[in-house]
Design a protein around this ligand. Structure first.
Ligand code: SF4
Length: 422
C-alpha cells in the first residue's frame, strides 16, 4: 500500500488494509509487495505531479516484472480516470474514492461492512486519525476537493464513538479529528452543528487522553466548540483553521463567505475564550488578482494575529474549479517569493513564542526515538506539521508512546529541547 497526500488518504489506506487483513491478505504499508496499490492525491499541481511520477515508477517496475499487479485509487484517479487509463495503460485498474468494494474485489477480497471503523493504523501507536465526515459542501473557488470527494457526509456519533473505543483498546491515546470541513459536522444527518457534542462524547471514551481538532472553517463557526476546548481537559488547546487569505476582494473571489473584519473578530473571540490555545492556519499566496498591496495587507495581518502555527501554499490553477475561469496572473516566481517571505515572518513569530516556553514544564507525548533523541510533542503540536520537542536520549530514558512532563531548556524556530521534569 502506497499512500500520497493528506491524512484523509492515510485514513482511507488504513481502512483498505484493515479490510484486506480481515480477508487474510498479507498487506504492508510503504514496504515491498508483489501487488501495489497507490492511493493518490489530486489536490494541486505539485501533488498531482508526485502521484503521476509514483504511478509511472511502479508501472516501470511492472514492465520489468519486479511487481505482478498495479492498482491506482484515490483523488487523482477519481478526477482523471479516463486520461490516466489512456496515458498510463500499464496499470491493472483505476478506482475512484468511493470504489472500496470494487477495489477489494480486484484484490480478491470481500468488503465487510461489519468492519466499519476498524482499520490497520499506520501512525505511531499512540495517535490515530479519526475521519468524522467525508466530502464537502463549501463552494471555495480554488478547490477541487468536492469534485473528488463529493458532498459532505457526516458519520453518526455512535459509529465514531465505537471507532474511538476500538482505537483506544489498541493503545491509541490521541485522536486527531479530520474532515474536509470539521465544523460542518452534523448539519446533514442531524440538521444542526454537532461538533461540540461529538468532542464532549469522545472525551468520555476510556483510554483517550488527547483529542485534536483539524480543518475547521471560519464562516458559521460553531462557537460552542470553544467552550468544550476551554472546559474539557482532554480536548487539546489547539485548533487548525485554514483561512486562506484576508483581503476582502480575494476572500470574496475565493467564495469563502467571510471578510477580514469577521475573520479577525472570530480570532479575537478564540483568544478571549481559550487564551492558551495554539491556532494553526494555512494561507494561499498568488491567487488570481492578488496585488502587492494585498500581500502587504496579509503580511501585516499575520504579524498582528501572531498565529502559533502557519503554513503557506502557492495558488494552483485547477481545471473545473470556479477560479479556473479567472486569469492566473501572478507569476510563479512571485508566488514562491511571497510564500518564502511569509514563512520567514512566521519563523520569527514562532521563534519568539518558543522563547517564552523556556523554563516551562509541559505535558508531552513521546512519538519516537530518532538517533540519540526521543522526539515528542506538546498538546499545542500536531504530528508532521507542527513543532517537536527533542530530549537527549544519551542522558535520559523515556518510553515511546507515553505522556511525560518535560521542562523546556532551549528553543528554535520550530523545535524545542527539553529534559524530564524533576
Ligand atoms: S472547505 Fe473549501 S477548501 Fe476545504 S475542502 Fe471544502 S471546498 Fe475545499
Amino acid at each position: 500500500m502506497v499512500t500520497l497526500g493528506c491524512s484523509k488518504n492515510i485514513y482511507d489506506s488504513e481502512v483498505l488494509m484493515g479490510q484486506l487483513k480481515a480477508s487474510n491478505k498479507d498487506v504492508a504499508h510503504e514496504q515491498e509487495g508483489n501487488i501495489v496499490v497507490i492511493n493518490t492525491c489530486g489536490f494541486i499541481d505539485n501533488a498531482k505531479e508526485e502521484s503521476i511520477n509514483t504511478i509511472l515508477s511502479f508501472a516501470e517496475q511492472k514492465e520489468q516484472g519486479r511487481i505482478d499487479k498495479l492498482f491506482v485509487t484515490g483523488c487523482l484517479s477519481e478526477r482523471y480516470k479516463p486520461d490516466l487509463e489512456a496515458e498510463i495503460p500499464n496499470v491493472d485498474a483505476y478506482f475512484g474514492t468511493t470504489d472500496l468494494p470494487l477495489l477489494l474485489k480486484a484484490l480478491g477480497a470481500d468488503y465487510r461492512h461489519e468492519l466499519l471503523g476498524e482499520r490497520l493504523t499506520t501512525t505511531p501507536k499512540n495517535y490515530a486519525y479519526l475521519k468524522i465526515s467525508e466530502g464537502c459542501d463549501r463552494p471555495c473557488s480554488f478547490c477541487a476537493i468536492p469534485l473528488m470527494r463529493g458532498a459532505h457526509r457526516s458519520k453518526p456519533i455512535e459509529d465514531l464513538l465505537d471507532e474511538a473505543a476500538g482505537l483506544a483498546k489498541n493503545g491509541v491515546k490521541e485522536l486527531i479529528l479530520i474532515a474536509q470541513d470539521s465544523t460542518y459536522y452534523g448539519l446533514d444527518i442531524y440538521k444542526e452543528r454537532r461538533l461540540a457534542d461529538l468532542l464532549r462524547a469522545l472525551a468520555q471514551v476510556e483510554g483517550v487522553e488527547w483529542i485534536r481538532l483539524h480543518y475547521a472553517f471560519p464562516s458559521g463557526f460553531p462557537e460552542d466548540v470553544l467552550d468544550v476546548i476551554a472546559q474539557e481537559p482532554k480536548v487539546c488547546s489547539y485548533i487548525d483553521i485554514p483561512l486562506q487569505h484576508i483581503a476582502d476582494h480575494i476572500l470574496k473571489s475565493m467564495r469563502r463567505g467571510t471578510t477580514q473584519e469577521k475573520t479577525t473578530a472570530l480570532l479575537k473571540r478564540f483568544r478571549a475564550a481559550v487564551p492558551d490555545m495554539a491556532i494553526r492556519t494555512s494561507l494561499i499566496l498568488g491567487y488570481p488578482g492578488e496585488t502587492e498591496e494585498d500581500f502587504e495587507l496579509l503580511k501585516s495581518w499575520v504579524q498582528e494575529m501572531r498565529f502559533e502555527r502557519l503554513g503557506c501554499f502557492q495558488y494552483s490553477h485547477e481545471e473545473n474549479t470556479h477560479a479556473y475561469n479567472l486569469k492566473d496572473d501572478v507569476p510563479p516566481d512571485v508566488k514562491q517569493a511571497r510564500v518564502n517571505e511569509l514563512m520567514a515572518i512566521q519563523a520569527q513569530i514562532s521563534w519568539e513564542k518558543n522563547q517564552e516556553l523556556i523554563g516551562k514544564t509541559l505535558r508531552c507525548v513521546i512519538d519516537r526515538k530518532e538517533g540519540n533523541y526521543f522526539v515528542g510533542r506538546t498538546e499545542f503540536d500536531s504530528p508532521d506539521v507542527d513543532n517537536e520537542v527533542w530530549v537527549d536520549a544519551t542522558k535520559h530514558y523515556l518510553k515511546v508512546g507515553d505522556f511525560t512532563e518535560l521542562t523546556i531548556t532551549a528553543a528554535q524556530d520550530f523545535d524545542l529541547h527539553a529534559v524530564p521534569a524533576n
